[in-house]
Design a binder for this molecule. Structure first.
Ligand SMILES: Cc1cc2nc3c(=O)[nH]c(=O)nc-3n(C[C@H](O)[C@H](O)[C@H](O)COP(=O)(O)O)c2cc1C
Length: 372
C-alpha cells in the first residue's frame, strides 16, 4: 500500500483512511484479523458493554432491494439493486472478558493497524458512569488505540443509553468527560443522526473533551409492509420496533448531517459513515472535511468483511490522486474540506433575474395552464 494513502487522525497513524465500522463485520477477532489482511486501515470493534445482551428471535439484519420500476422489498429477486440495510441488532452479545484477550491478540498480530474499541454503558447513575471507565480501562490496557463512544444505538428502550444519550447535549458531555478522565488514548464520540441540528450535540461532545465526532449510525426506520401478507417484512410474532436504516439510501442524509458539523468546527476531526461502498461515495465525506471514513453495509454483503470493497476504495483513492497530480494533490490533506463551505442557507442560493422568473401564481406556463 503506498504511503500517500496514509493519514494521521486524532494523532493516530493509519495506512489508509478506510475503516470497518462497529457492526457484524467486526464482531469477532477472526473477522477483524481477516479485515486487516484484506487491507482495511482500521477497525472499530462491535460495541462492547457490561450488560447482558439478548437479541430478538430470528434475523437481526435484512437488505431492502429495489427493482428498476421502484418496487422495494426485502425478498431476493433477480434484476434488483441494493437500496438499504435494515437492522435491529443490539451491541455485542460477547462479554468484556471475552473481548479483552482478543484485543491484545489482534494488536499483537497487527501493531501497525488501528484498533478502536467501541464501548457503551448508561448515564443514569454514578454506577453506570463508572461502567464507561471500566470498559475503557480494560480495553486500553490490552492495546486498543482509541475509543468510540456509542451514543447512537437506535434500539435502546433505556432512556440513559445509546441514541437517547446522543440526543442530550449535557449527557453527551458528561459521558465523554467521564471517559476522558481515564483515557490514555483518543476518544471519538459516535452521535445519533436523529436530532435536528447535530452540531449542537457535537458541541456537547467537544466540551466534554472528545477528540473526534463519528457520524452517522443508522437512521430510525421500520421495515416495509408486504402488500401480499399485510405483515411487516421483518417481524417477530407480527411485531416490529423501530430499527436502523443503513446502506446506499442514507448516503445523502449522512452527508447532510456531516455538513451541519464540519463548517461549525473546521479544525476538529470527523469520521464519516453512511452508504459508502466506493471511493466516489467516500469522497463526499472527505470533501466535507472528514479525515477518515467507515463502512458497514457494503462490507456485510462482501464476504462479511469487505475484501473487494477495501480493494476498490484503495484503488479509487490512488486513481484519484493520479488524476489530480497536476493540482499538486499528494495526499488526503491536499483536498480534505474543499467543499465544506459550499453548503449554505437556502436564502443564500442565487435566484433567477426577476424578468425571467415565472414562478408563483402568475406563470404563463405551469401546473394551472397544463390542466385540460
Ligand atoms: C447489523 C448492524 C449492526 C450494527 N451494530 C452497531 C454497533 O454495535 N455499534 C455501532 O456503533 N454501530 C452499529 N451499527 C451501525 C454501523 O456501524 C454504521 O454506523 C451504519 O450501518 C451506517 O453505515 P453503512 O451505511 O455503511 O451501513 C450497526 C449496523 C448494522 C447494519
Amino acid at each position: 500500500m503506498s504511503s500517500r494513502l496514509a493519514v494521521t487522525f486524532t494523532g493516530l497513524q493509519f495506512p489508509n483512511p478506510f475503516l470497518l465500522s462497529s457492526a457484524p463485520p467486526t464482531e469477532s477477532d477472526t473477522n477483524i484479523m481477516r479485515a486487516f489482511d484484506a487491507g482495511w486501515g482500521g477497525v472499530v470493534t462491535k460495541t462492547i458493554g457490561l450488560h447482558p445482551v439478548v437479541n430478538v428471535d430470528g434475523p437481526k439484519t435484512k437488505f431492502l432491494r429495489t427493482s428498476i420500476d421502484g418496487e422495494l422489498s426485502m425478498h431476493k429477486r433477480p434484476g434488483t439493486a441494493l437500496h438499504s440495510s435494515w437492522n435491529w441488532e443490539l451491541i455485542s452479545d460477547k462479554t468484556l472478558d471475552w473481548w479483552v484477550p482478543r484485543i491484545a491478540k489482534i494488536k499483537k498480530a497487527y501493531p501497525d493497524r488501528i484498533l478502536v474499541a467501541s464501548i457503551m454503558a448508561g448515564s443514569g447513575s454514578d454506577r453506570e458512569l463508572a461502567h464507561w471507565q471500566t470498559l475503557a480501562g480494560a480495553c486500553q490496557d490490552e492495546g486498543a488505540d482509541a475509543f468510540e463512544l456509542n451514543l447512537s444505538c437506535p434500539h435502546m428502550d433505556r432512556q440513559d443509553m445509546g441514541s437517547n444519550i446522543g440526543k442530550d447535549q449535557e449527557q453527551i458531555s458528561i459521558v465523554t468527560q467521564v471517559v476522558k478522565e481515564v483515557a490514555r488514548v483518543p476518544v471519538w464520540a459516535k452521535l445519533t443522526p436523529s436530532t435536528t441540528d447535530i452540531a449542537a450535540e457535537a458541541r456537547g461532545a467537544f466540551l466534554g473533551g472528545a477528540d473526534a465526532i463519528v457520524s452517522s449510525n443508522t437512521f430510525p426506520s421500520l421495515p416495509l409492509i408486504d402488500p401480499a401478507t399485510l405483515e411487516f417484512e421483518m417481524n417477530v410474532d407480527g411485531l416490529v420496533s423501530s430499527g436502523g436504516l443503513g446502506g446506499p439510501a442514507i448516503l445523502p442524509q449522512s452527508i447532510a448531517k456531516m455538513a451541519q458539523m464540519t463548517p461549525a468546527f473546521p479544525d476538529r476531526a470527523f469520521s464519516g459513515i453512511g452508504g459508502i461502498s466506493s471511493f466516489a461515495h467516500a469522497l463526499n465525506y472527505f470533501l466535507l472535511g472528514c479525515g477518515t471514513v467507515q463502512v458497514c453495509t457494503a462490507a456485510m454483503l462482501d464476504h462479511a468483511i469487505g475484501p473487494n470493497v477495501i480493494t476498490s476504495l484503495i484503488r479509487g483513492f490512488e486513481e484519484f490522486l493520479d488524476r489530480h497530480a497536476d493540482r499538486g494533490w499528494q495526499s488526503l490533506e491536499d483536498f480534505r474540506g474543499l467543499r465544506r463551505d459550499r453548503v449554505v442557507q437556502h436564502s443564500s442560493i442565487r435566484r433567477p433575474e426577476t424578468k425571467t422568473y415565472h414562478g408563483g401564481h402568475d406563470a404563463p406556463e405551469g401546473y394551472a395552464s397544463t390542466r385540460a
